[in-house]
Write a protein that binds this ligand. Structure first.
Ligand code: CUA
Length: 310
């Protein structure tokens, strides 16, 4: 769907209209006052210009009404911008609980996409319309930024941690993906396209894609291949803590702190295992920095998240 405003990207997500209205509101307020102030400066400069070398300005005393007017009106207008902007920001920062997951990894100079079912794509992204989609974003090398203007969303891909963003596409079609953070020679070529499909078409597309096992299956395989399984057992008899039920739980650390085992905690504990050692365990786990790619990490964590207490 094209927006009624020329030069705007297409409007294809649940937040696009509101984002545009907020943007237009801010531009309109700023534009109005810029014109008003400029016009008054010119008008008064002409009206009160010095007409005689002996001209002396008139003594003026403050006007409470005027002071209140030009304090209260801008105050209310800026509060509207703030509250509206903050509310939109917080809604965009918190993915809905029912969102489906897709993993995206940026690397010089491409976007590698992995659907939980196992289908992979490069510089393309297929999503169903009308469903909340949560993107977990990582970077293999430097800062990138995953930007989909038609959805009015963008998020930095930061080396060393994962970030998330979410959207609900509304209109089937094909839209641009850009890298919006300068990342080297071929930054401008780090582009792609997102294809929004009807849910039925998306199911057909998924089942037709070449899949090398789901993210969880691959994670389970890696868990054995990397020998994680020899220390992290299903009970507490291993040299490392059991990972059953770890995701989302509170973990007591050797230094007395307590952390919540979210995705970034799991990621860090694999890559830099000494950073947060669990209370009661020796810091004997090797660091996997440089040995596991971001995509494998995403698979490992997808698998660890499925380890639930029976
Ligand atoms: Cu990746 Cu710019």
């Amino acid at each position: 769907m094209q927006t009624p405003i020329p030069l705007f990207p297409p409007n294809a997500s649940s937040v696009a209209t509101e984002m545009d209205l907020l943007y237009l509101f801010i531009v309109a307020v700023c534009g109005f006052f810029t014109i008003l102030v400029t016009a008054m400066v010119v008008y008064f400069a002409i009206k009160y210009k010095r007409r005689h070398p002996d001209d002396v300005g008139e003594d003026i005393h403050g006007s409470l009404a005027l002071e209140l007017t030009w304090t209260i009106i801008p105050f209310i207008l800026s509060l509207v911008m703030f509250v509206w902007g903050a509310s939109l920001f917080y809604r965009l920062a918190k993915p809905p609980a029912d969102a489906m997951d897709i993993f995206v990894v940026g690397k010089q100079w491409m976007w590698k996409v992995q659907h939980p079912e196992g289908v992979r794509e490069i510089n393309e992204l297929h999503v169903p319309a009308g469903r909340n989609v949560r993107i977990t974003l990582g970077s293999e090398d430097v800062l990138h930024d995953y930007s989909i203007p038609a959805f009015r969303v963008k998020m930095d891909a930061v080396p060393g941690k994962w970030t998330t963003m979410w959207f609900k596409a509304t209109v089937p079609g094909v839209y641009h993906i850009f890298c919006a953070e300068y990342c080297g020679t071929k930054h401008s070529g780090m582009i792609g396209q997102v294809t929004v499909m009807t849910p039925q078409d998306y199911e057909i597309w998924l089942s037709g894609g070449r899949s090398s096992g789901s993210a969880v299956e691959n994670g389970e395989r890696l868990f054995a291949e990397l020998a994680c399984i020899t220390c992290h057992k299903t009970d507490s008899s291993g040299r490392g803590p059991t990972l059953i039920g770890i995701f989302g739980s509170k973990v007591p650390l050797a230094d007395g702190r307590e952390v919540t085992a979210d995705e970034n905690y799991l990621r860090e504990s694999i890559m830099d295992s000494q950073a947060k050692v669990v209370k009661g365990y020796q810091p004997i786990m090797p660091a996997f920095q440089g040995r596991v790619s971001e995509e494998h990490l995403l698979q490992l964590v997808a698998y660890i998240k499925t380890l639930k207490k029976k």
